[in-house]
Design a binder for this molecule. Structure first.
Ligand code: 5AD
Ligand code: FES
Length: 365
């Protein structure tokens, strides 16, 4: 089969053989302008004919299921303390150069109040694995946010916990949980994480979350050190097994104060290609156009939306702490200009030809 036939098959059947998926992952792209100044001026990226076909098919499927709707999630990065030591991440435990912060209960609630006024109906509480936020504190937070804003969904993104903890969060009212699996290949997992972490526990967490009744989000980084096309195939197959409601991916981006300081950034084109493949494999999925995509290219998030993504997650954290939540270098939306991510993103979404809607944005299964 040629590229056109493979893309048609994917669009119609929402699945492909391993060989066909690898073909789409590995087909060549046009060379990208590596001059970062040109990139920062936002020059257009050129796509091959095959990429145009793939991206067009993904947009067709996205429009068939979700129209032009884009859901917004207000992201509150409430602590950058973390007990984990993932090699890729800027807020890993051993990075002594980060100034650590925690938002107070009241600060987190005011972020949500402000967000509600701006039209957000989902709040994502994201943080490092910070033992100071005990289960009781998390449950109290969730309960207070739900009491103040009963029309909103609360999403947690606070890492690996016991099943009992997840159950407690759910009982307190949390609706959704984000936990990327990062890579579904055991060997690759150990290249990215220290020995005390395991892919099995990640998977255990994800299946526990599903069984408990959360809407679950998972995902992976594209172009993380040592990643192969086979690894990406394994990521897609794992997601088929998990069947999550939400799938978040973004290019791997270097952070200078990590063991991966001398590695290369992931590729924007390969990330876009995987967003498109995900849309075609999972027509119903909620797929964010991520901050990492917006960081690797000034119009990365707009490109993401045009190839199948249907969610954006503007930052609601107080501007004073945004720079401190730096998972990777040059993260966008952390300067003075970013106090109003909501309106900035609104413009970007409409420029890309879509429309932000104000509702909880639950999955359409
Ligand atoms: N580059 C890109 N994404 C990263 N993440 C963490 N560190 C990096 C990095 N250096 C992603 C991980 C994590 C999510 C919150 O951010 O996939 O799950
Ligand atoms: Fe944050 Fe544009 S979305 S500044």
């Amino acid at each position: 089969m040629n590229a056109k036939e493979i893309i048609e098959k994917l669009k119609n059947t929402h699945d492909l053989s391993d060989e066909e998926l690898l073909f789409l992952i590995e087909m060549p792209s046009l060379p990208v302008e590596d001059d970062w100044k040109k990139r920062m001026r936002g020059e257009n990226i050129r796509f091959t004919q095959e990429e145009e076909l793939l991206f067009g098919a993904a947009d067709d499927v996205r429009r068939a299921v979700y129209g032009t709707d884009v859901y917004v999630r207000g992201l509150v990065e409430f602590t950058n303390h973390c007990r984990n030591n993932c090699y890729y991440c800027g807020i890993r435990r051993d990075n002594r150069h980060v100034e650590r912060y925690r938002l107070t209960h009241d600060e987190i609630l005011s972020c949500c109040d402000e967000g509600h006024g701006l039209g957000f109906r989902t709040f994502v509480l994201q943080g490092g694995e910070d033992p100071c936020f005990s289960d009781e504190k998390i449950c109290q937070l969730v309960a207070d946010i739900k009491a103040a804003h009963p029309d909103c969904a609360v999403t947690l993104s606070i890492g690996e916990k016991t099943r009992e903890s997840y159950q407690a969060y759910f009982d307190a009212g949390a609706d959704r949980y984000l936990l990327r699996h990062e890579t579904a290949d055991e060997g690759h997992y150990h290249k990215l994480h220290p020995v005390e972490m395991s892919l099995n526990n990640r998977k255990r967490c994800l299946f526990d979350l599903k069984e408990i009744g959360f809407q679950v989000g998972s995902g992976f980084m594209v172009g993380s050190p040592g990643q192969t096309a086979q690894n990406l195939l394994a990521d897609l197959r794992f997601l088929q097994e998990l069947s999550p409601d939400m799938i978040g991916i973004g290019p791997y981006l270097v952070h200078n104060d990590t063991p991966f300081a001398s590695e290369q950034n992931g590729s924007m084109l390969l990330t876009l290609r995987l967003v498109a493949i995900l849309r075609l494999l999972f027509p119903y999925a909620l797929i964010p156009s991520t901050t990492a995509l917006g960081t690797i290219h000034p119009r990365g998030r707009e490109y993401g939306l045009s190839v199948g993504a249907n969610v954006v997650m503007p930052n609601l954290s107080p501007t004073g702490v945004r720079k401190l939540y730096s998972l990777y270098e040059n993260k966008i939306c952390t300067g003075d200009e970013s106090a109003q991510c909501r309106s900035c993103l609104e413009n970007r979404v409409s420029m890309a030809g879509y429309r932000i809607v104000t509702d909880r944005g639950d999955v359409k299964r």
